[in-house]
Design a protein around this ligand. Sequence first.
Ligand code: ATP
Ligand code: MG
Ligand code: FE
Length: 357
Amino acid sequence: PLILGVETSCDETGVGIVRGRTLLANAVASSMDEHVRYGGVVPEVASRAHLEAFAPTVQRALGEAGVSLRDLDGIAVTAGPGLSGALMVGVAAAKSLAQGLNVPVYGVNHLVAHVAVDLLDEACTLDAEPTVALLVSGGHTEILVLRDVAQDVELLGATIDDAAGEAFDKTARLLGLPYPGGPSISAAAMGTYSDDGQPGRRDALRFPRGLSRADDLRPERGHRYNFSFSGLKTAVARRLEQAERDGEELRLADVAASFEEAVVDVLTAKAVLACRDLGIPRLLLGGGVAANRRLRELLAERCEEAGIALRVPPLPLCTDNGAMIAALGAELVRRGQSPSAQDFGAISSLDVEDVLV
Ligand code: ATP
Ligand code: MG
Ligand code: FE
């Protein structure tokens, strides 16, 4: 089936087009520039930007794919989770378009789509074998068990406070680095903002690994697969204050590299632990934080050691985009799932286990 996917859950207006499991177009317009001076996404500004970007982005995707609206067999749209007003723009637009074209519309889960995007790669085994997924984004940090990406997604663990991306964003602010924090902390860790240009040492400062003590890992404590990053952010703040008091010169690159290592160490350790516990030797990485080079590197190392086959989607498919929504939509169509009811709406706190609304 030829499916168009619409994504408007945050600050990216994404329109993707797939034919079955083949990617034809992935057009993304971001309102990031408008949010930078506020240090975070402003919902009202994001909604307005989606309204303005929707039609041009659809046109751009159709052009890229070399198809016309009349060719579409269905439309998939992010129903949630995300910013309520932003989601509503996409849902309303997708429903109107579908009605005009007389094609079915599928309201899908943004988080599941972040990992279902792997279906667009020929080597993907997501439709054949159970897979553990590590979903790391601006608003979520979760370990999922995908027994069937179309209808059986289990939440194994999640952050109990900040998401990984949020930790990067908040810590960047603390360090005086620009928003979004993920890329700027990585750059700082590589020495970009330092006078000497030298990369930071990952072991220069010892920051906490949240919920990783033996006691936390005991299965009956319930935190074996959970994450916590708010203590890490506080530890960085305390360490900066201490250096200030003592007149100690901390290298920004060292702080950034040590912080990054603390996040990445816990994420990779727990994801590998989940694969081992469940006897599922397949791990799929997804979400915006998957763009992090150190995360990819350490995860690859640890998966290799543990005999786990690691899948990491290409960068442009890790951050928010319409192609991932189209990919999940196409899979639901292929499985013969019924489209969403005509009156479905945006669900800002949609549960990750609800693949289709
Ligand atoms: P969600 O998917 O949970 O609704 P979101 O869609 O806003 O949240 P994404 O677009 O998937 O999140 O990811 C954005 C996040 O990824 C931001 O927090 C950003 O700092 C982080 N990020 C982007 N690049 C990197 C990087 N290189 N290293 C670490 N984090 C990164
Ligand atoms: Mg974004
Ligand atoms: Fe996202």
